[in-house]
Design a protein around this ligand. Structure first.
Ligand SMILES: NC(=O)c1ccc[n+]([C@@H]2O[C@H](COP(=O)([O-])OP(=O)(O)OC[C@H]3O[C@@H](n4cnc5c(N)ncnc54)[C@H](OP(=O)(O)O)[C@@H]3O)[C@@H](O)[C@H]2O)c1
Length: 266
């Protein structure tokens, strides 16, 4: 049985994929969970899929790239739970297109979905997180750490959020707020069938994946572990850490050759 006030979390991108599975796990641990996403129908079915408990699940419809929507989402969770202990930034979209073939409007949209959602949700949540010494976890990607053909803009957005969070961690450490970044490789989620090309159209059939596709459940377990254990950085798979070090030590020569062969045609 829980005592004291309920812990509370806001999950951006909570209506699908990783965000939904993280929400499911945290709801199961007794958190009041705010789910933030733009599409109302998907949001409501996500709430239904989690059991529909109105006192513990808060539908926060809104665009996390909009400061006012983020402020409203944070207020809604605080209204229900009395405070906010955690923020998980899962909102995002995927783009697979060479830089030269990416329209500027699509590039900006991808930056909005993958970077500005993180910036604005963090800014909105930070005062409440400071009040409770809370934790936040932002979801990046391996493409945010290493250039990959076809992932220039997506990788830029994911790298930008790493830079944001790495600095923020130092800035808020004195307030007892933890900042973590989870950077997975490809994992199995609805996003895989919504990958955009440079004109913003969905690529059909979905592009082949040159590496292992990780199970969604594994990703969600890792994300929750990182949040609760206050892990600073986590990659999936873990063995990329030494590969990144090797890549750095060899000036990227071997890595470039390997990645170009894996992502042929891009
Ligand atoms: N799947 C992969 O292989 C993979 C690999 C590495 C990293 N990632 C990252 O992991 C995160 C989760 O991805 P996923 O695969 O679980 O994707 P997903 O199933 O497509 O879910 C994305 C979620 O983000 C929401 N969203 C998108 N833009 C938003 C916005 N502006 N404001 C609020 N919500 C927004 C979507 O709902 P609405 O559209 O209704 O707003 C949806 O709930 C993303 O950041 C993604 O880039 C994914």
């Amino acid at each position: 049985m829980m005592s004291g006030p309920a812990r509370a979390v806001l999950v951006t991108g909570g209506s699908s994929g990783l965000g939904l599975e993280v929400a499911r796990r945290l709801a199961g641990r007794g958190y009041v969970v705010g789910l933030m996403a733009r599409d109302n129908d998907r949001l409501n079915s996500a709430i239904g899929a989690l059991g529909g408990n109105e006192s513990r699940l808060v539908a926060c419809r809104g665009d996390a790239a909009e400061p006012a929507d983020c402020a409203r989402a944070v207020s809604r969770v605080i209204e229900v739970a009395g405070g906010l202990d955690a923020l998980v930034c899962c909102a995002g979209t995927s783009l697979r297109a060479p830089v030269a073939q990416t329209s500027p409007a699509v590039a900006e949209m991808v930056m909005r979905a993958n970077f500005w959602t993180v910036f604005h949700s963090i800014q909105a949540a930070l005062p409440a997180l400071k009040a409770r010494g809370g934790a936040l976890l932002a979801v990046s990607s391996l493409a945010g750490h290493r250039g990959v053909p076809g992932y220039g803009v997506y990788g830029a957005a994911k790298r930008a959020l790493v830079g944001l969070c790495e600095s923020l961690r130092l800035e808020v450490a004195g307030d007892g707020v933890h900042v973590g970044v989870f950077s997975p490789g490809f994992f199995d989620s609805p996003l895989r069938s919504k990958v955009l090309d440079g004109s913003g159209a969905i690529i059909e059939p979905p592009p082949p994946i040159p590496f292992r596709l990780w199970p969604l459940d594994l990703c969600a377990d890792i994300a929750v572990y990182c949040l609760e254990k206050r892990v600073r950085r986590r990659y999936l798979p873990r063995f990329v850490r030494p590969l990144f070090a090797f890549d750095e030590a060899t000036g990227g020569v071997v890595g470039d050759r390997f990645l170009r062969s894996r992502f042929r045609g891009l």
